[in-house]
Design a protein around this ligand. Structure first.
Ligand code: ZN
Length: 392
């Protein structure tokens, strides 16, 4: 059934003012000031002035859970579809975390397909923290060619005590394979890089770029707000055409250790001359967040699936203009970083991934994914079981 969303304040993500959006099948058919259409076969949703945004794209989530760094008692749980739906994340991208021994790409694939069966445009990275990377088929380029939801490789760790400390040759070979897989599959290919506390930061990426013909946009570092020095390197990376990802989930302890909170990191990067179209935000949902008592590890909690939405809500209540800027870093910029041309924008021909947000109260009440209502007026919509196959 086609759906007409009326009386919305549209952020496409750029501010289009008041307008109406017609959805047909899983795509947006029309965006206009007013759409003159009626009939018994038309579902009409009156937005009543609420904000209409593209569904959020979260480029780093751990839908199978993560953690385990303090032993088996510290592993985090799987994330189900409803958690992403309530968070407005219509495109979660899953990755393995530090543990690629008891967490496998097979189970990540299964969880990603489960999220798809519940209506989300879930995607995944093959590979792992460790190099040589975990794979599904024995080869990263094959994974990208043959496994539909695999859009790249990640998160591969560098400059981190938990990484494999990949050598220049190992990392250049891996990057080349991702580039080849992205080219052959038509997916573009992305190498999502977990950057740790190490002083070298993005050094290995710069070395490879100066000693190869690989494009800079292949390298997508995350956690770049971990330290001010790393953030400065990321600013340069965006100015030269790369994308950089800021992690939103944090703890007071991490901030004490030098992490720059996501909104401050975004502002500082833009002030330092970063290309704001090349900055993105991710939740690291399911990743472990350590907390300490009297200087001792007291446990790990897991990063929530709704970190992006919480940040947007906080900014909406404090600084609306800034909130509008952050919408792009959660939608269009991320779609560009991941080469997803139908995602992250409200325009004719784009996927109908849409959110209705009551900006005054900071409340998300309606989520549409590929034309299907997954939440309406705050209620999760139960899906027809026969639709529940994961077919895409
Ligand atoms: Zn990471």
């Amino acid at each position: 059934m086609p759906t007409l969303i009326k009386n919305a304040r549209i952020f496409a993500p750029q501010d289009l003012g008041r307008g109406e959006v017609l959805v047909a099948g899983n795509r947006i058919a029309l965006v206009a000031e007013s759409v003159d259409l009626s009939g018994p076969e038309l579902r009409v949703i009156d937005a009543d002035g609420r904000w209409l945004l593209p569904g959020l794209i979260d480029p780093l989530t751990h839908p199978c859970g993560g953690g385990g760094e303090g032993g088996f008692g510290n592993r985090t749980a799987e994330i189900d579809a409803n958690a992403f739906i309530r968070a407005g994340v219509t495109t979660p991208v899953g990755a393995l975390g530090t543990d690629s021994i008891t967490r496998t790409l097979d189970s990540l694939y299964g969880q990603v397909m489960t999220l798809r069966a519940h209506g989300l445009s879930a995607l995944m990275f093959s590979g792992s923290y460790r190099v040589p990377p975990a794979t599904l088929t024995g080869d990263v380029a094959r994974d990208m060619m043959l496994i539909q939801p695999v859009i790249g490789i990640g998160e591969v760790a560098i400059a981190d005590h938990r990484s494999s400390h990949p050598s220049f040759e190992e990392f250049r070979r891996l990057s080349s394979d991702v580039h080849l897989g992205g080219t052959l599959s038509g997916k573009g290919g992305t190498l999502l890089i977990h950057v740790g506390d190490g002083e070298d930061g993005l050094g290995l990426i710069e070395e490879i770029l100066s000693a190869s013909l690989l494009p800079r946009r292949l390298f997508y570092p995350t956690h770049v707000n971990r330290q001010t020095a790393l953030l400065k390197q990321a600013v340069k990376h965006t100015r030269r055409g790369g994308f950089a990802d800021i992690t939103v989930s944090t703890t007071p302890e991490l901030i004490d250790e030098g992490e720059v909170p996501a909104p401050d990191a975004y502002r500082q990067a833009v002030e330092a001359g970063a290309d704001s179209k090349r900055l993105t935000l991710s939740s690291d949902a399911g990743g472990s967040l350590p907390h300490y008592r009297n200087g001792r590890l007291a446990g790990l909690t897991s990063a929530p699936a709704d970190s992006l939405l919480s940040l947007l809500r906080t900014c909406l209540l404090q600084d609306r203009e800034f909130a509008q800027e952050l919408i792009a870093a959660m939608t269009l910029n991320t779609a560009r970083a991941l080469k997803l041309p139908h995602k992250g924008r409200i325009a004719a021909g784009a996927d109908a991934d849409l959110l209705l947000l009551d900006a005054g109260r900071g409340r998300l009440d309606t989520v549409m994914s590929r034309g299907r209502l997954l939440m309406h007026n705050g209620q999760i919509q139960t899906m027809n079981h026969s639709d529940n196959t994961g077919a895409y």
